[in-house]
Design a binder for this molecule. Structure first.
Ligand code: NAD
Ligand code: ZN
Length: 379
C-alpha cells in the first residue's frame, strides 16, 4: 500500500510499504478515505521527538471497514467509521471511567496510545491506503448515511473537534461565560467554536496570523492580534479589566513571540494574567516530558518558567492532557449530522496522498491560507 513515511527531520515521503492487516482477532481493517495533517504531527516532522524513521504518520482518520477480525461483532464490513486518535482497550480502569486517552493496557508507561505517534506505542498511522484499528469494536465510531457527503466534517471527530471541546471542559466553562483562546490553529479554532456552541457570551482568540484570525472572526469570536500589542492588555480591555472567565491553551511548548522566538512558557503565563481570579484554564497544547537523555537539538521542553505564585494568588484552576475523544465524539457526531455544527470551516486544502509532503511543508511553515490539510489516500 502507499503510505506517508517519516524518514527524519522534515523528511516525509509517500512510499510503498506492506499492507496493514488484521493481526489480532479484535482488529478491524479500514480503507482510509480521509485523514488530516495535525499540529501534533509537526512535533515529529520537526524532529522534536524520538520517533523512529519508517513509521507511517496520521492519527486523524476516517474510512470504510473492509475486514474484521474473528472476535469483532459490532462493527461490520462496509461501515463508515471515524477513529478516535486515542487507541484504547475499553476495559482497563481508566477506559471504564471514560478516560480513554490514558488507557493503561496499551501503553501503561506513557498512559495512552495513538496511531503514528512518538512515545504512544508502536501503531502505524492512517496517512495510508489502509489502517489497522486495534480493539475495533471499541475504537470505531460508526457514522450515519451522510458520512461521505460530510467527510471533511466527520473526520474532525477523530481529534480536533473533541479536543477543542475538551479544552473548554477542562477550563470548567459554563453557558454565558467569556472565554479566551490562545492559538488560532485548528485546535484553537475548534476550542473557540466549541465555546460558541456551548453558549459563551464572548470568545476571544489570540494569534498573529491574519488568515487564522479571520476564521476566528467568521465564527463570531473577537480576534486579538498579539503582534499589535500585549494580548493580556487586549483581553483585559474587552472584559472591563476583569479577565476572561475561562482560558484555553491551544499552542503548547512551541509558543513563540510574534518575531518567531520560542518561549515555551509564554502562553501559560499570559493565560494566568488573562483569566479572572478563580477562573479556569484548560491546556490541550502539548508539553513534551523533560528528557535529560534527549539530544540538545531535540527540544523537549517539559519544564517551563511558570508563575506559580500569580496562579496561586488568583486561585485559578487548571486541567490538562490529551482529549478523551470517545467521551465526546458521539454527541459531536450528532451535532454534525443534524447540521448544528460544521467544523470543516477550517479546511483550507484537500489533497491526494501523493501531495502530502507539500501539505506538511506549507502547514509547518504556517503559510498564509494553509489552515488545515485533509488528505485522500484512496483518491
Ligand atoms: P498549530 O501549530 O497549527 O497552531 C498553533 C497556533 O498557535 C499557530 O497559529 C501559532 O501562530 C499560534 N501561536 C504560537 N505562539 C503563540 C502565542 N505566544 N500566543 C498565541 N498564539 C500563538 O497547531 P494545532 O494543530 O492547532 O495544535 C495546537 C496544539 O494542540 C499542539 O501542541 C498540538 O500538538 C496540540 N494538540 C493536542 C491534542 C490533545 O489531545 N491534547 C490534540 C490535538 C492537538
Ligand atoms: Zn491531531
Amino acid at each position: 500500500m502507499k503510505a506517508l513515511i517519516y524518514n527524519g527531520t522534515r523528511e516525509v515521503a509517500v512510499q510503498d510499504v506492506p499492507d496493514a492487516r488484521i493481526e489480532r482477532p479484535t482488529d478491524v481493517l479500514v480503507h482510509v478515505t480521509t485523514t488530516n495533517i495535525c499540529g501534533s504531527d509537526l512535533h515529529m516532522y520537526e524532529g522534536r521527538t524520538d520517533l523512529e524513521a519508517g513509521r507511517v504518520l496520521g492519527h486523524e482518520n476516517m474510512g470504510e471497514v473492509v475486514e474484521i477480525g474473528s472476535a469483532v461483532d459490532r462493527v461490520k464490513v462496509g461501515d463508515m467509521v471515524c477513529l478516535p486518535f486515542n487507541i484504547s482497550c475499553g476495559h482497563c480502569k481508566n477506559c471504564e471511567a471514560g478516560l480513554t486517552a490514558f488507557c493503561l493496557t496499551l501503553n501503561p508507561d506513557a498512559a495512552g496510545a495513538a496511531y503514528g505517534f512518538a512515545g504512544m506505542g508502536p501503531y502505524n498511522g492512517g496517512q495510508a491506503e489502509l489502517l489497522r484499528v486495534p480493539y475495533g469494536d471499541f475504537n470505531c465510531l460508526r457514522l450515519p448515511e451522510d458520512a461521505r457527503e460530510k467527510e471533511t466534517d466527520y473526520v474532525m471527530l477523530s481529534d480536533i473537534f473533541p479536543t477543542g471541546w475538551h479544552c473548554t471542559e477542562l477550563a470548567g466553562m459554563r453557558p454565558g461565560e467569556s472565554v479566551v483562546v490562545y492559538g488560532a490553529g485548528p485546535v484553537g479554532l475548534m476550542a473557540a467554536y466549541s465555546a460558541m456552541i456551548r453558549g459563551a457570551s464572548q470568545v476571544m482568540v489570540v494569534d498573529r496570523h491574519p488568515d487564522r484570525l479571520r476564521l476566528a472572526e467568521q465564527i463570531g469570536a473577537i480576534a486579538i492580534d498579539d503582534s499589535k500589542g500585549s494580548p493580556v492588555d487586549q483581553v483585559l480591555e474587552h472584559t472591563r479589566g476583569e479577565g476572561a472567565d475561562r482560558g484555553c491553551e491551544c499552542v503548547g511548548y512551541q509558543a513563540h513571540d510574534p518575531q518567531g522566538v520560542e518561549h515555551p512558557e509564554m502562553t501559560m503565563n499570559d493565560l494566568v494574567k488573562s483569566v479572572r481570579p478563580t477562573g479556569g484554564i484548560g491546556v490541550v497544547g502539548i508539553f513534551l516530558p523533560q528528557d535529560p537523555g534527549a539530544p540538545d537539538d531535540m527540544a523537549k521542553k517539559g519544564e517551563i518558567r511558570f508563575d506559580m505564585g500569580l496562579f496561586w494568588f488568583k486561585g485559578q484552576k487548571i486541567g490538562t492532557g490529551q482529549a478523551n475523544v470517545k467521551a465526546y465524539n458521539r454527541q459531536l457526531r450528532n451535532l454534525i449530522h443534524t447540521g448544528r455544527a460544521k467544523p470543516s470551516f477550517i479546511v483550507s486544502h484537500e489533497l491526494p496522498l501523493e501531495q502530502a509532503p507539500e501539505g506538511y511543508r506549507h502547514f509547518d511553515a504556517r503559510d498564509e491560507g494553509w489552515t488545515k490539510v485533509v488528505l485522500h489516500p484512496n483518491g
